[in-house]
Every structure is written in C-alpha cells, then in structure tokens.
Ligand binder design. Sequence first.
Ligand code: GLY
Length: 382
Amino acid sequence: MNAAVVEQNKAWIDATWEKIDKKLSKTAIKSRDKLPYTTVEGVHDDKSGKDVGWWTNGFWGGTMWLMYAATGNEEYRKTAERSEELLDEALKQYDKLHHDVGFMWHLTSGANYRITGNNASRMRNLFAAASLFSRYNIDGDFIRAWNGPEAAGYSIIDCLMNLSLLYWASEEIGDERFKKIAMRQMDMSLRDHIRPDGSTNHIVDHELEKAGVKNILAGQGLHPDSCWSRGLAWAVYGSVISYIHAGKEEYLDAARRTADYFLEHSKSTGYVPVIDFLAPEEPVYYDSTAGLCAASGMLEIAKYVSEEESVKYTEGALRILQAIDEKCCNYAEDEDALVMMGSERYPSREDYHKGVHIPIIYADFFFAEALFKLKGNAFFIW
Ligand code: GLY
C-alpha cells in the first residue's frame, strides 16, 4: 500500500473502521451460533446443519479472526472458535467436499492456528489441504472444482483463492508437492482462464487425459466470452496471493493486468462494479462483493510494484471502498449485514431478481479485511 495515499485518507479510514468494529462487535454476539450467508429481514440466516458444506461458511469465522487480531476483543475470538466447531461436521464428509475448502478452513482453522498456535486447528487445516491436493487431475493438469460426472473436467477461476491453503501446507509440513500443485493451477489459469487483455473466463472444461481445453462455459457471467466481475476479482487477488507465496513475476503481471481491467471497467458506474463487465448497459446489475474482493487484492499488489503503480492501486482500491461505503453499506446495529448490493450471478431472464442486490457474507469479510489492512494491521489471512 502507498503510505502517502493511506495518510491522505486517514480520516475516512479511521471513521469507517470504527463503524465496522462497532457494528460487528454486536453482531459477533448475536450470530455466534450461526454460519451466516445472507440475511432474512435483516437477520443473518444460518448454513450450519444441513448446509454445513456450503462454500462460504468460512467467511464469518475469518472476519471474526481479523477483528480479533486487530482489537483483542474476546467476543470476536469466541465467535471465531464457535464457527470452526460448527464447520467440523463438514470435515467428516470427504466425498461432499469441493475445491472451496480453502475458503472454508484456511480463513477459520488456518487463521486460528496462525494467531493462537492451536494444534487442533492445524490438523483441521492440514486435512483440508490434503483434500484440495487430492483434487488435482494429473493428466489434465488442473484442480477439479466440483463433484459429479458432468464436472469431471471443470476448473474455475475462483480456485486461485484456495491456493493459499496449499502454499501454507507446503511450508507447514515441509512438503514442496503442495506448492507445486498450487503453482500448476496458477500456471494453468494464466493459460486457460486469464485472457491477454486482463479479462477472465469463469469455467473451463478440460480434457481429462491430456492438458487441453474442451470448452469455455459462462458460469456466473452472462456468456462464455463476457467477463463476470467477481471471477475477475478472484483473479486479481488470487494472482497476487500466488505471487506472494511463490514469487513468480508472471503472477504479479497477471495481478496487474486483471486489476487494470477491473479499474477501467468500474469507472463508468462510479466504482461500484456491475455483475458482468461485458453485459449490455441496461439493465444495470451491481455486485459490491466483486469490488471489495478486488480492492483488497489491489492493496496487496500495491506492496510489490513501483511507487507510481503503488499510488495507482492504493487509490483504485480506495475509490472502490469509498463508493461502496457511500452507496451500499448499512451501519445500523439492529440489522446484521454490513454491505448490501451483492449478487450471486448474472441473473437469467426467468429469475431476474433471484440472488441479485442482496447482502452476502463475503462482502462483509472483504470490506473488513481491506480496512484492517488500511489501519496498518500486519496479519495476512491468505
Ligand atoms: N465461488 C463462487 C462465487 O464466487 O460465487
């Protein structure tokens, strides 16, 4: 991050952090026994129990660990630990797990172990890492995203965010194979997901017996050659994560290229991004989650580039964060979600309001994480 740009924005950063802490310290207690995804009439829903394997179930615990690391408030720690306990049910179901075990455990057990040294958390995270490792298709050279015969060849751009789990395991147990598979996936994404202009494919259907692309699918974007903004955000942040852990210059170049595309295409909507950057101008569907994930990633990129670029990415991140603060945040303490206007996917014609412009838990995570960094906290959760 660029220290001068951060200093210029200090008043906004301090005031926003204070509002986040004030609201989350209350919600931490109210939603202690839940794994929230969205809200129903202002109250967090709960994905524990029958939906315990849902991919977003680590974000609430991860938010709590960040808040605990920054403030030392024990209420945050208690909720983070409870979140991890609730997730244990999912760890018992190997054949239901998917590639998002990084989102689920590295943000909860991984954070717990790195902050407190808890050995049970270390074990959970190692099991999650072994599960992700086992999804690598050796002949096709990709990490398989989901289960079921139709998804045998699918890899998705989102997986770049799960790779920190493999980098961590590699260091933790001194086994380079974990890191090598993470780098294979990143290299494959440079080839098959990230386009030369910095935009991205969402789902790639691979050959199974040799490295090769059979088909590109629209996934959560409008069509196969458009650009789903959250997929692009996963590429921005995921590429810099791989650069941080593996040090390959091509990864930092990919992070820059995708971040530049993101900033360029967010301008016309005042830095609150739309769901798909290549969709028709009307109707306008926003996705705050994409902006927040990309902004937090840009704050990382800003640490590894020239002074001039560092100003560009820090200012870019702040433009997005401030636009979302102004247009999408809800600091009311009697409602559980912090950030509104998240969207699950580009909606179909039949279902055009479903999953659009709703609060989604990872928006709160990335907003809190970005402010956590801007406040100068050093812990890196990925
Ligand atoms: N990883 C799925 C999503 O971003 O919606």
